[in-house]
Write a protein that binds this ligand. Structure first.
Ligand SMILES: C[S@@+](CC[C@H](N)C(=O)[O-])C[C@H]1O[C@@H](n2cnc3c(N)ncnc32)[C@H](O)[C@@H]1O
Length: 495
């Protein structure tokens, strides 16, 4: 091109776009590409942000006369990407540097937007190496500053890796560096400047690190909202407790209140979360996202203070805050069921189940203690055991979860817990049609109380519980399921 008289910048752009096409082709043409049975096409390797092991792979014909899966179709997608980031009307400057030390002056930006890594979720640099090794050979000479190392740089990457660190070291590294980046944001923002930070994580330690980093940065969180960011189709049974949303935090560089006293702050948080949880439920935030959204709301209150202390003078950090939020959310979800309007719609057996999970989780319990709990829910234990989910085992009582039930017990059963267990097993098996039929035939599928019970049970159970994972997975698709049941019943009426 240069010999033919094209400008150097133009030549650089064309070669760069062709290199992007090679990247895309590499993603679609390798032995990690699986044949997608449902949609009948070849999945690209990074359909998930990981390298999954495969028994067999599917191969594309890049030069096929049909457009799909060819070099030409890759090019079309690259162009679409390039067009969508067209900055000709508002030129942008792009720099590659670590967020932990930015070469900008203090008080210089009106706003900062950031989407930091989510703890240990994605090993970005390692995954990038897949593309980097090819790009370095194709356009390394055009961008020597970006391709100076044999593989992508790893040491400054803020991810909680355990490849060369212990879990504890990885956590400290992540927290320290995230804190440094947030402190940089605080430094470069103008007074009262605004920043939005996106984050989500399933684990408590993932949240502890974010909260502690935020609290130490000086930024003041003024709002937090969960936004659905994950494609619903991704949330299949094998990823049952996957989160569907991320939390968007809005923060400002402004003054904080001095010391807050934990007892008083707790009351403030409780009031605030209780208000917000109702609204979140109405906006279809459920499953694992429900608790995560509440964490966001709690930071809005907690982060207003320079520090929060108990009366003995101990500074309260994220671990104590998270324990407290867990209790508030569980308490709220259970109270909704047992004490408010929907209590009348529920049978004593359903109330017993929720109370049991709340009090004893999945433990087996001595008969006498179990009897007292049953009495408070209004059931006679001796009449109920060994018929359904209540099992007597010598002097102990156990309450079975869905995965331990016999499917035969569900035939003709109309009890909410039976319907819920049946639905969860069908969901796990991927038997969506049968699941919708059970929901529609039992009448529970259209009732808000059914989903609230599912949410409350989930909140009472520990993160590692199989039952919780099933509940969270099922609930993450709640909105879609309700719509599908509605559509089916409308079609049935039409016929
Ligand atoms: C959640 S992802 C952001 C994804 C982005 N919003 C998008 O849609 O493509 C987090 C990003 O932070 C980058 N990152 C990790 N450590 C960093 C550091 N020290 N400085 C700047 N960026 C870093 C990762 O490489 C990754 O691209």
């Amino acid at each position: 091109m240069l010999e033919e008289g094209y400008e150097e910048e133009y030549e650089k752009a064309v070669v760069s776009y062709l290199a992007l096409n090679i990247s895309r082709t590499a993603d679609y043409s390798n032995t990690f590409c699986m044949w997608n049975n449902a949609w009948e096409f070849t999945n690209h390797m990074f359909a998930r942000q990981t390298l999954s092991m495969l028994w067999d792979y599917s191969e594309l014909n890049l030069f096929s006369p049909i457009l799909s899966g060819t070099w030409k179709s890759m090019q079309r997608q690259v162009f679409r990407g390039v067009e969508s980031i067209d900055v000709s009307s508002a030129p942008a400057s792009v720099f590659q540097l670590s967020a932990t030390s930015c070469p900008y002056e203090d008080n210089s930006f009106d706003a900062v937007f950031t989407d930091p890594p989510y703890y240990d979720n994605v090993p970005y640099s390692y995954l990038s190496d897949f593309f980097y090794v090819w790009l370095k050979r194709i356009i390394g000479d055009l961008y020597p500053e970006l391709f100076s190392t044999p593989l992508t740089p790893k040491s400054k990457e803020i991810v909680a890796y355990t490849t060369e660190r212990t879990w504890e070291e990885a956590k400290v590294f992540f927290e320290e560096n995230l804190k440094k980046s947030f402190q940089e944001i605080h430094r470069v923002l103008k007074p009262n400047g605004i920043t939005t930070i996106v984050y989500t994580h399933k684990s408590t330690s993932g949240w502890e690190t974010l909260i502690n980093s935020l609290l130490d940065s000086g930024l003041v969180i003024t709002a937090s909202w969960p936004i659905h960011t994950e494609m619903k189709t991704r949330l299949r049974a094998q990823e049952s407790a996957a989160l569907a949303s991320s939390i968007y935090f809005v923060a400002r560089k402004t003054e904080r209140k001095e010391t807050g006293w934990f007892n008083e702050v707790k009351e403030e948080i409780k009031r605030y979360i209780n208000e917000k949880l109702e609204r979140l439920w109405e906006e279809d935030i459920s499953g694992a996202d429900y608790y995560i959204a509440a964490i966001g709301s709690s930071i809005e209150i907690f982060g207003k203070y320079e520090k929060v202390m108990d009366y003995e003078g101990n500074i309260i950090r994220a671990d104590k805050l998270l324990d407290f939020v867990r209790d508030v959310v569980t308490d709220y979800a259970v109270r909704q069921i047992l004490h408010n309007g929907i209590a009348g719609e529920l049978s004593p057996l359903t109330k017993f189940y929720i109370l049991w999970r709340w009090t004893y989780k999945e433990e087996r319990v001595l008969f006498d203690d179990a009897r007292k709990l049953a009495q408070s829910a209004g059931i006679d234990l001796a009449k109920e055991w060994n018929k359904g989910f209540i099992i007597k085992d010598k002097e102990f009582i156990r309450v079975l979860g869905p995965q331990e039930r016999d499917m035969k017990e569900f035939e003709g059963a109309n009890e909410l817990i039976d319907a819920l267990h049946n639905v969860l097993i069908l969901w796990k098996e991927g038997n969506r049609e049968e699941m919708k039929k059970v929901l529609a035939d039992s009448g529970w599928g259209n009732k808000d109380s059914f989903y609230r019970v599912a949410q409350a049970i989930s909140e009472t159970l520990p993160l590692e519980s199989k039952e919780k994972k099933l509940l969270d997975g099922f609930l993450s698709g709640k909105e879609k399921i309700i719509n599908e049941i509605k559509d089916t019943s409308q079609q049935t009426r039409l016929f």
